[in-house]
Design a protein around this ligand. Structure first.
Ligand code: SF4
Length: 472
């Protein structure tokens, strides 16, 4: 049994940021090579601290879904997963045994040599009859002084594509450093020029900055008066959104298996938690604001306040992902950064198979079954606030300065909106929903939303109750 975990940045403020990771998870699930494909986020749930708990197997490969190495891939993700590793990741990845699971952490997909194929695929989309006789390729990177590896990747891709002999000329140019993108008419002389942005997604840079710096007016732009003669530029879509990235991810995952200490198998603790939960679900149970009950050989989930409402009055979804998309927004359409906030919308029903029930529950309340069962069986360990605070780095490191009064002040605002009981602050929870109390859900460790709000508090930026954090 094998689990693949894809890690994205996510956002506390809006629901769109996680979309690309969802799509790749879906594509890879469709290939059927892994028993499960799970998503985790720095700024959304399931959080990095929860995500390993939600995996069924003891053989877990974790891929950071980032275009380049940097602070998140080298510092935040390894720290939050508890890998005991900081800094650059070796090409073969980092392998650790954590809580009985073999966890392999890889480089981000963007540095894999397979990205040259993705660049080529994007170039061919923009100019299907590209030809070594008259076509130049520009691989366009962001360029930054913060991580020299991000530039190196652009040069390496340019080098590989030059060696492939499919272009008259291949050059690496950058937005923020030399050689700058605006110099392209001096750098490339071929009459046809394909430009492929080495960016994670479509955004301000690909839609505004690059076209502006290059003088582009659309997907194809003619430059009749260039110094070396007339040129036509074909502007491709960014590499990070191409479906072939799913192949790169699978290559990375397979290569990381070389670092495997042993083959995996089912996680017994996880299996026990789910066996116990299935028992409850077969009889019908309530977890937080949701009901879970058997329905014609399947399981149905709905808001507890919709109990007894006729099915035609409710929107029906039949996949765990359909439920995820519903549970991410409240009834006013606002993003729900913490899934256990008491804002689960009403008006829906999800009908899923027994096999899909764990994924459906994770999309509704990430890691709640695992943590609830661990508390029920007295094996859940809480992480006190000072430990969580000390673990923070970068702009979050200042949360260690928070006074106990400030922690309580933020908890009064943030955690009072949440179903969970703060074990991390010493609060007691005598039983859980496993013993029939729907709202009894443990919180063993402050969530990233709480940490972000604490940072605002110690920076003096919280505007009292309902203040919202920045999203860095
Ligand atoms: S820290 Fe507070 S808001 Fe975050 S999950 Fe725990 S109880 Fe809920």
């Amino acid at each position: 049994m094998r689990s693949l975990v894809l890690i994205g940045h996510g956002s506390h403020l809006n629901g769109e940021s996680a979309g690309a990771v969802y799509r790749y998870a879906e594509l890879i699930r469709g290939r059927g090579l892994y028993d499960e494909v799970v998503e985790g986020y720095w700024k959304e749930e399931p959080s990095l601290r929860q995500v390993l708990k939600t995996t069924r197997s003891t053989d877990v490969t974790v891929i950071p879904m980032f275009i380049s190495e940097g602070y998140f891939t080298e510092t935040v993700i390894p720290r939050e997963l508890g890998l005991g590793h900081q800094g650059p990741v070796a090409p073969e990845g980092v392998a650790r045994v954590l809580g009985g699971k073999t966890v392999r952490y890889t480089l981000p997909y963007g540095v894999h040599p397979g990205m040259s194929d993705v660049i080529l695929a994007r170039a061919r989309e923009a100019l299907p009859d590209l030809n070594p006789a008259d076509t130049a390729l520009i691989v366009l990177g962001h360029g930054t002084t913060r991580n020299e590896n991000s530039n190196r990747v652009i040069y390496q891709n340019a080098e590989r594509l030059r060696a492939s002999g499919q272009f008259a000329q291949v050059e690496a140019l950058f937005l923020d450093e030399d050689p700058k993108v605006g110099t392209w008419p001096q750098v490339v002389t071929a009459p046809r020029v394909v430009v492929v942005p080495f960016f994670a997604s479509e955004g301000w840079h690909t839609l505004e900055t690059i076209p502006e710096d290059m003088g582009l007016t659309g997907d194809v732009t003619e430059f009749p008066g260039n110094p070396g003669g007339p040129q036509t530029v074909y502007y491709a879509k960014p590499v990070g959104t191409h479906a072939a990235v799913a192949d790169v991810v699978l290559h990375l995952a397979e290569e990381a298996r070389g670092a495997s200490p042993h083959g995996g198998d089912e996680d017994r603790g996880h299996a026990q938690a789910w066996a116990a939960f299935l028992e409850l679900a077969r009889r019908g149970t309530r977890v937080g604001e949701a009901l879970v009950f058997p329905q014609a050989g399947m399981f149905e989930l709905r808001h507890a306040l919709d109990e007894g409402r006729p099915a035609p009055d409710l929107t029906t979804v039949v996949t765990p992902e359909g439920l995820r998309d519903l549970a991410r927004f409240d009834e006013g359409g606002h993003h729900r950064p913490v899934h256990t906030f008491r804002t689960l919308p009403r008006g829906w029903r999800a009908v899923v198979s027994e096999e899909d029930l764990p994924r459906a529950m994770h999309n509704l309340y990430p890691a709640v079954v695992e943590e609830g069962y661990a508390h029920h069986t007295h094996s859940l360990r809480a992480t006190p606030w000072p430990t969580t605070a000390r673990r923070q780095t970068g702009i979050y490191a200042r949360v260690t300065r928070a006074t106990p009064e400030q922690v309580e002040e933020v908890a009064r605002d943030v955690c009072s909106r949440c179903l969970k009981t703060r074990l991390w602050a010493g609060e007691k929870l005598g039983c859980t929903f496993f013993a029939g109390v729907p709202g009894a859900i443990p919180c063993p460790e402050a969530c990233t939303y709480f940490v972000a709000e604490m940072r605002e508090e110690v920076s003096g930026k919280r505007g009292g109750a309902g203040g919202h954090s920045h999203d860095h």
